[in-house]
Design a protein around this ligand. Structure first.
Ligand code: C5P
Length: 243
């Protein structure tokens, strides 16, 4: 890949300079990591599936008028996206108690929440992405109050969209994480959904059997991760073989 400049390599993706100004090429790796990279493996085909699934979800958001970074898929593992100034927050929306929330509050996994809950972690691997209150976000200037209002409202719209799409194929959207970034057009920055939306960053449970179809399969050694993601792609009609 000497033909272009690598901008950043993360745990699951590599970012290269894009073909046009203001764009980035997002390459999806097969690497899977959990527990802040304490657990690692290479899952054949994961990058291809996540590239295709993120394209599917971002395109759906575009159709609903929810701005996001996706421009076009370039090939099996790469997509062209808009360059953003990333907001240093992981924006998590939960519909059902699971994972860190279930642990923190002593709730049984699977307990429905009274309403969707939006929470924020500060994006910093060396700190393990700690949960932060909105007070910190404002005080440290990670996002303005006006941006936070927009982030919450967009996150809930994404939740409505994703929950509906997944419900349609018999899958419960338990929770998910998104990231947002600023693009500069005219005088004011505008927020758009960035990074990726894939089973790496969602909890997806089969509505009938409760079978997990997301990264918990890897985190908790529940079986073959690529098989779980392939099942999600198959139900949504976005099999990588259709590319
Ligand atoms: O671990 P926790 O329960 O806080 O995760 C909530 C949701 O956010 C899960 O869907 C998980 O996959 C996602 N997440 C993520 N990246 C992180 C932390 C959480 O995609 N660094």
């Amino acid at each position: 890949m000497a033909r272009r400049k690598k901008l950043y390599e993360g745990k699951a993706k590599i970012l290269y300079e894009g073909t046009e100004p203001g764009t980035i090429v997002q390459y999806f790796k097969d690497d899977a990591t959990a527990f802040n990279a304490e657990k690692k493996d290479v899952i054949d085909g994961k990058g291809v599936l996540n590239n295709r699934l993120s394209e599917f979800f971002m395109t759906g958001l575009t159709q609903l008028g929810i701005p996001n970074h996706f421009i076009k898929r370039l090939n099996m593992r790469e997509q062209l996206v808009r360059a953003v100034e990333i907001v240093p927050l992981e924006i998590i929306v939960r519909n059902v108690a699971a994972g860190s929330m279930a642990k923190r509050l002593g709730l049984e996994e699977g307990t429905p929440l009274p309403r969707p809950i939006v929470e924020f972690s500060y994006k910093d691997d060396s700190l393990g992405d700690p949960l932060v209150p909105e007070e910190y976000i404002a005080a440290f200037g990670w996002a303005s109050q006006q941006e936070m209002d927009e982030i919450v409202s967009m996150a809930l719209r994404v939740n409505d969209y994703l929950s509906g799409v997944m419900y349609g194929v018999g899958i419960k959207l338990v929770d998910f994480k998104i990231e947002m970034g600023r693009v500069y057009e005219g005088d004011f920055p505008r927020l758009i959904v960035a990074d990726e939306i894939s089973p790496d960053s969602c909890r997806l449970w089969d509505m009938e059997t409760g079978q997990k179809l997301d990264k918990d399969v890897f985190r908790r050694d529940l079986g073959n991760l690529a098989d779980a993601y392939t099942e999600v792609a198959r139900r949504l009609g976005v099999m990588p073989s259709n590319v």
